[in-house]
Design a binder for this molecule. Sequence first.
Ligand code: PMP
Length: 380
Amino acid sequence: MDRIYLDNNSTTPMLPEVVEAMRPFFATTFGNPASAHRSGAAARTALEDARFTVAQCLEAYAEEVVFTSGATEANNLALFGLPDQEPGEVVTSPIEHPSVAEPIRQLEAWGHHLQVLGVDGQGRVAADELHQLIADNTRLISIQLANHETGTVQDIKTLAAQAPGVFFHTDATQAVGKMAVSFRELGVSTLACSGHKLYGPKGVGVILVKRGVRLRPRLLGGHQQQGLRPGTEPVALAVGLAAALRLAVDQQKQRHDQVVQLRQRFLDELRPAEPWVINGAPDGMPHTVNVSFPGCAADVLLIRLDLAGIDCSTGSACSSGSLLPSPVLQALGCPPDILKSAMRFSLSHLVTEAQVTEAARRIVREVRALRGNHPASSLV
Ligand code: PMP
C-alpha cells in the first residue's frame, strides 16, 4: 500500500473542486481588483464574492473579513494591532500555537504583564479563573478555539462572556472547517483561520475583525482591505479559501461522522500496541489522535513510521525537529515517559478505513519493535 497521510493538522491536500475554482484567476481573470477597468472589476467581483462566502460560513459581516497570508499573520495582526499601547495585563493560555505564544512574549518584553491561565489534565482552560484575572488594565485576552496537538476545544463563548469590553482574540485555525464556528455567537473581537488546514490553498488566511474594533495595521503602503492589510489581494487564493470553506461547512456533519468512525477504527486496531495513553479531552476534535506509547522515543518512532510509509508528527509541525518536549503536553502535566513518547496522528475524511487499519498495523509493528518485543521489521 502507498504512503498513508495522517498529518492533516499540519496541512491538508487541496480538493479538486478548490483547484478548479481557483484556476481562472491565475491566467484568465487576472486583473488587479483595485483597477478601475473591466478586468479589475471582474477580479474585484470574485474577491468580494469570496469575502461574502467566508462571512456567511463563519456568521460574520463581509466587512469584518480581512484576507491575510495565513493564520500566523492573522494572529500577529490581532496581537500587535492593539491601538492602546499603554502596558497592561495580557491573558492567555499555556497551550497556544507559537504564532500566538511568541507575539505574546514580545508584548511581555514591551512591558505588558502576562497572566497565563491554568489548564486541566485534558487541556481545558480553567474558565472560572479568567473572571478573577480581569482587571481595569486588561488589554488583551487570547485563547485558541481548538488545540493543534491534542484537539481539545475551549468554550470560547463562555470565556469571552466573562470579559465584556476586553479585546478577545481566538486562534480558530484548527477548528474552522471541522466544527461549526459562528463569529457572532463566540462574541470575540478577532478570529484567525487558515486556508491550508481545510483543504484550501497555502498562503492565505483570514482575520475576522468585529465591527467597531480598531486594529493598527502591521504593513503600510496601500488602501486595500480598509488599509488594515494593504497590498494587492491574492484573488485566486481568496477564491480557493472561500470554496474550501463553503464545502467544509456544507459537508461538515458528514465529514465529522466519517472521522469519528475512522478514529474508532484506528484506536481499535492500535490495541495490540498497548499500553498507550491518549492525550487531550475525549470530546475534542476527533481528527486529532495524540497518543503516547510509553517506552518508545517519539523522535525515533517518527523516523521508523516515515520509513514504514506513514506521515505523522510528534507535535505541531512548527516544533518538529526539536527534541524539546511539547509545551502543550507539559502544560497538561504529562509525566516524562508520556511526554517523550507522544505522537500526533491527524485524520481526515479523505482517509479510508483500509488506510487507518493498515496504518495502525504498521504502528503496532514499529512500536513493538522499538519496545524490543519483536525483532525490527524490514521496510514497507
Ligand atoms: N494556529 C494554529 C493552531 C495552527 O495549527 C497553525 C498551523 N500550524 C497556525 C496557527 C499557523 O497557520 P499558517 O500556517 O496558516 O500560518
